[in-house]
Design a protein around this ligand. Structure first.
Ligand code: UT7
Length: 320
């Protein structure tokens, strides 16, 4: 009998503080009109001073565990996708494990920037298929507000903080139908945080920098390519996608991807207007939103897509 992973529960969490485009107008030379027309973003959530990625992950995980009917003690693996970990080490996954009270199951982080959740979910699915795991918690959690240059209007208006989580259960029917991951490190320079800890000091510049136009073009190209790859692998037609959940960076990237796939925007889940770009958290946040408001139902086909720094990109075709 084959072993598959099934998404048994989803959850998410957004910090209480909301920062609107109007609020940003007072901080940098920008306008609500510019931000909304170029990106589709109206607002983003910002973590409180003592709130770390593991705290956002904890709340999202509790919601996902509750939805799946799984207790922390029943988890056999925890994977956290984050680019903004609580500290250099231990991993945010280990810190989360302690906060959840899920003793001794393995826990580790995955670092693939805005593709992080897609990478982590793929990793979890492969672990599940090994037959050694029963319930796996996969989280995307980010506090990008900590790595932004708040004086750089070309980047600070684009990102937000948040977390999303899913619980995978072992199943004898799929679930996750296929996953497709890619990376091309030769494009590292177009989106990076080029800093590190060295000799007790920060070396380099530990703030996000991006060539927006280059990232935009790259994202539109690879999101279409990897969607076609996922469709071909499952011998599916575009019309068989019930829901597209792409990384939420810019509504224009999302619209361009939907157009290339002949999908009406009514089949695309978008949260970028309220959450902005939450990197590894964006896909599970959008997934949880559409599961909880009743749009995504059991048996439907959902295509999850990530793209981000590295460069990394990937997709999963999921039967809910
Ligand atoms: O998760 C993956 C990471 N991120 C992304 O996927 C983002 C990808 N890129 C984008 O979303 C878009 O390229 C941006 C939203 C970043 C920029 O949009 P754009 O339409 O490519 O604008 P642009 O960079 O060509 O800038 C147009 C103008 C520039 O002024 P000049 O040179 O034409 O005088 C910018 O200086 O807009 C200016 N500008 C701003 N004006 C007001 C840039 N940022 C702002 C701002 N407010 N916040």
């Amino acid at each position: 009998m084959s072993i598959f992973s099934r998404i048994a529960g989803t959850g998410s969490y957004l910090p209480a503080k909301v920062l609107t485009n109007k609020d940003l107008e007072g901080a940098v030379e920008t306008s609500d009109e510019w931000i909304f027309s170029r990106t589709g973003i109206r607002q983003r959530h910002i973590a409180g001073e003592g709130e770390f990625a593991s705290d956002l992950a904890l709340q999202a995980s509790r919601h996902a565990l509750e939805a799946a009917g799984v207790t922390p003690a029943e988890l056999s693996l925890i994977i956290v996708a984050t680019t903004t970990p609580d500290m250099v080490f231990p991993s945010t996954a280990c810190i989360l494990q302690a906060k959840l009270g899920a003793k001794t199951c393995p826990a580790f982080d995955v670092q693939a920037v805005c593709s992080g959740f897609v990478y982590a979910l793929t990793t979890a699915d492969h672990f599940m298929r090994s037959g050694q795991y029963q319930n796996i918690l996969v989280v995307g959690a980010e506090v990008y507000s900590r790595i932004l240059d708040w004086e750089d209007r070309t980047t600070c208006v684009l990102f937000g903080d948040g977390a999303g989580a899913v619980v995978l259960k072992r199943s004898d029917a799929p679930g996750i139908l296929s996953s497709h991951l890619h990376a091309d490190g030769s494009h590292a320079h177009i989106l990076s945080v080029p800093g590190s800890v060295s000799g007790g000091k920060i070396s380099g510049r530990p703030l996000l920098q991006m060539e927006g136009n280059a990232v935009f073009k790259f994202a539109v190209r690879v999101l279409e390519e990897v969607a076609e790859e996922a469709l071909a692998a499952n011998r599916m037609e575009k019309s068989q996608i019930d829901w597209l959940i792409p990384h939420q960076a810019n509504i224009r990237i999302i619209q361009a991807t939907a157009k290339k796939l002949n999908l009406p925007m009514s089949k695309v889940v978008t949260t970028v207007d309220r959450h902005a770009n939450t990197s590894a958290a964006s896909v599970p946040l959008a997934l949880d939103t559409a599961v909880r408001d009743g749009r995504i139902c059991g048996g439907q086909h959902v295509l999850l897509e990530g793209v981000g720094g590295g460069f990394t990109w990937g997709a999963l075709m999921v039967r809910m």
